[in-house]
Ligand binder design. Structure first.
Ligand SMILES: [Zn+2]
Length: 256
């Protein structure tokens, strides 16, 4: 199911002990923690290597405090996955959403992200899922029609590739940060729903739309973690404990 990420190759990858290889001899390491590293030299030089160690750790601590649990519930209810679903989380980050769903439901779960610290965290925490480090901006290294569900949770969106790897009877869940997400810390954001529906309109129909919102009383450390997770650790005023809003717009698409 995994494909070689080298441009103009894209042959199937087969696994041995420590690495995966294609028939042309392109070879990629399997890390000690179990994830597969499909990054290529040009990806390593990328200006967007994904989430940093500090941002990943801060986000993980927020998940562990339970503040994002209502968002997870909203996602779970929207996709209503079954144990036989094969799920890709494109831009999986630290794996909280996919790993939690896989534990609850028993999915065949696959996560991909360009950040090594994020995927390393995911692989250690949820060893039953398959975790890949790769640059998924142009190519998802999976065979056509591999998945019954594709998740894109506040990540980059690639409509053509999402459609290619999704089965014809599959579903795509796109989660966007809603306008009031973290409003206390960064002001009101843009409503990106209409633009996103348009982005996917060629290949997908909007089947369901939900809005989840929750808030949590955060102490100073937790507020600092939120700021770290959005790369705004420096603020002019000292950080104070406060109530913070977390909110997602959930869009469920089906292939046309
Ligand atoms: Zn190859």
């Amino acid at each position: 199911m995994l494909l070689c990420p080298v441009r103009d190759c894209h042959l199937a990858l087969t696994r041995d002990d420590r690495r995966v290889v294609c028939r042309r001899g392109h070879s990629f390491d399997i890390a000690r923690s179990g994830y597969i590293n499909l990054l290529q030299p040009q990806d390593r030089r990328s200006k967007n290597p994904g989430d940093s160690v500090d941002a990943v750790a801060a986000r993980r601590r927020l998940h562990d405090r339970g503040v994002t649990e209502p968002l997870l519930r909203g996602i779970a209810e929207t996709i209503s996955a079954r144990p036989d679903d094969v799920v890709l989380d494109a831009g999986c980050g630290d794996g909280f959403y996919l790993g939690s769903l896989a534990r609850e439901i028993g999915l065949d779960a696959h996560g991909i992200d360009i950040s090594i610290p994020a995927v390393e965290t995911a692989a250690k925490r949820y060893p039953d899922c398959e975790w890949i480090v790769a640059n998924a901006d142009h190519f998802l290294p999976y065979a056509d029609r591999s998945f019954s569900i594709v998740l894109s949770i506040t990540g980059r969106m690639n409509a053509d590739e999402f459609r290619r790897v999704l089965r014809d009877d599959g579903q795509l869940l796109v989660a966007l940060a809603a306008p009031e997400d973290l409003i206390e810390l960064r002001g009101k954001g843009r409503d990106r729903v209409d633009r996103t529906v348009e982005t996917f309109a060629k290949d997908f129909l909007l089947a369901d739309r939900r809005h989840v919102v929750t808030s949590a009383d955060l102490d100073v450390e937790a507020v600092q973690d939120v700021l770290l997770s959005i790369y705004r650790p420096m603020r002019s005023q000292p950080v104070e404990a406060m109530r913070v809003t977390f909110s997602l717009d959930l869009l469920l698409f089906r292939p046309r």
